[in-house]
Design a protein around this ligand. Sequence first.
Ligand code: G6P
Length: 740
Amino acid sequence: MRLSLRFILPLAVVLVLIAYAVVPLVDNLTERWFIRDLDMRSALIASSMREPLIDKLQTNNTAKLVSYFNRIIQDERLFAIGFCDITNSTLICTKTFPKELGCESIRTLEGKHTRVLQSSRRGLHVTIEPIESEGTVIGKLVFVHDMGFIQRRSTETRKFVFYFFVALGCIISMLTVAIAHMSRRGWIEGTRQLLRGEGYKRSDGKRIPTTPELQPIARDLRTLIRELEGEYRPRDESQVTWSPEALRTILKRELRGEEILVVSNREPYIHVKRENRIEVQRPASGLVTSLEPIMRACSGTWIAHGAGSADRETVDGRDRVAVPPDNPSYNIRRLWLSADEEKGYYYGFANEGLWPLCHIAHVRPTFRASDWEQYVAVNGKFAQAVVDESGTDNPIVLVQDYHLALLPRMIRERLPNATIITFWHIPWPNPESFAICPWHAQLLEGLLGSSILGFHTQFHCNNFLDTVDRILEARVDRETFTVSHGGQPTAVHRYPISIDWPPSPEFTVKPVETCRMEIRERLGVAADHTLGIGVDRLDYTKGILERFMAVERLLELQPEWIGRFSFIQIAAPSRSSIGQYQEFQTQVRATAASINERFGSGGYLPIILKVEHHEHWDVYEYYRGVDLCFVSSLHDGMNLVAKEFLAARDDGRGVLILSQFTGASRELPEALIVNPYDIDQCAASLHLALTMSTAEQRDRMRIMRGLISEFNVYRWAGRMLLDAAVMRRRGRVLARTMAD
Ligand code: G6P
């Protein structure tokens, strides 16, 4: 439409201008034609009047002559006739003869035909015809014609010419636009067919193969498009402001709006029974924290284990429930596991085997054949659910974490064209450590069913490639970070996970000052009491004991903080059926109690331990109301608590103390980086944090918040999806080439 207007408007202007230039020309021309006619007419009339005029002049009867003239001017165009004798002294004429035309003035007009204006209203044309008798000129006949009819016709002609040009313009524009559209479509279709190597499709449906001469052009065009794509991607990534909208655009534009399936063990919303009510809980899981906003943005289906006590009551006939409960935008498809399955697959193989295997926390992994069997069976169940939920044979499946290491291969076997993006949320150990697992080869083969395998850090990617190199017969390309096993390529890349940015307004709506005040009131401490926070699952990898020991050491080394500083530890109970976790909980409680006994007095507690589930808004209130956050993981893939604390501090205050063994420490060097095993160093960092100037806090915060705002979770997902889009495009090209 815009194209048509762009074309038609200038054309219309040009045609109007032409019409304006042509109309006076046409006017002039028609007037000249008419005058010539009038002159010829006058000559004719003069010749036919000659005889009767001479007769009447000889009888000298002027009255008869005038009446003769009057008869002739009955013609509507002949306005008046006059006769001047040879001496120009006598004028015999009709009454209508213009007064200003005497014989004298006629003499001056002789030889020319001219227009004489009798009045301002109309033009008159004068023609002078000499009258001869026996070879001698005896006088002149003067014909005065009314030119009004010429003007009338000229006006009509002008109108006609103008309308003609307008109509012509319209017809030309319409024809040209129609032809342009048709040929553009045809051209585009033709180019597409050429690029696809399909040849040209004629209107009768027959295909004419691409001629050999055109093939180099098609090849060059394809190369050009590939180059442009290559150039476009990095630019795109660095220029995009990563947001839910940006992610939706990628899905629509790059992945043709295809539906996404997420598969994880943990579900994002758990329905639990509380007395007679059903409550919805958000689990404490970094995986859920990061993937949930992605699913809100992209819709699709999230397949997960339905572990809540009221989960079965809240699904529909196809085991689905729409979430988030207040504003549903995607579905959870719940998968049911028997107690034995859960025990073997989740508690046993995943959390007593793989979890300690992958984390250097000096907890011995336990591998049992019975757990492995359940792990294989449950991965198979998830694979079937993926097939059931997938509407196509080539879905995009995002497989999450160590619970589902066999799933990528199982999906690949059932849906060979699927794009499988697997993300390993925990560290990947070195080859020696990994080989401890009796089923190490099967796990690797399972993961290598993925199209893309992601880790948080380059170090974990390197470890994975080393492990594959050591254990499997596979081609490992360290330049492109690709592994080919059994003809299936897997790209191994680093995608550092992150959080939703900006954080949801409901978490930051309460002003920082109010958070500070309310927390201290609740705890019964003074308004200037300093507070630190730790937020974790009650897990031995999180360094909670080391954290408490650091607080104890601080109070030993800097006793001025006794009574003035408390550390709040929020610890969500986790995997409580596992012996190691139960023991750990006992140790944590005991350590907190012993420190409190040693340094606490009169209601003052150095460690405030809260072993219970907290909702997100509660946690954000703590983040906003405290002076420091201490993340002391002994080993952690990323650690999103560190990033959440930074996101919560829109006041630019607060200090982050961060373990060097977290993935987050690679991105956040402005935190106070510590070795959690070095208790003195941690105590010194606590003191440094508590005494840090406001200006320094702001400087560090500004840099770290800036980084998270840019490298948020939408970028994490967007980068993986863009890589998947490129793979799918290449796959299509390859499939066509093979078909040729
Ligand atoms: C880690 C894992 C997640 C897991 C989370 C909570 O972050 O990487 O996969 O969901 O811990 O553990 P849970 O066993 O309660 O799901």
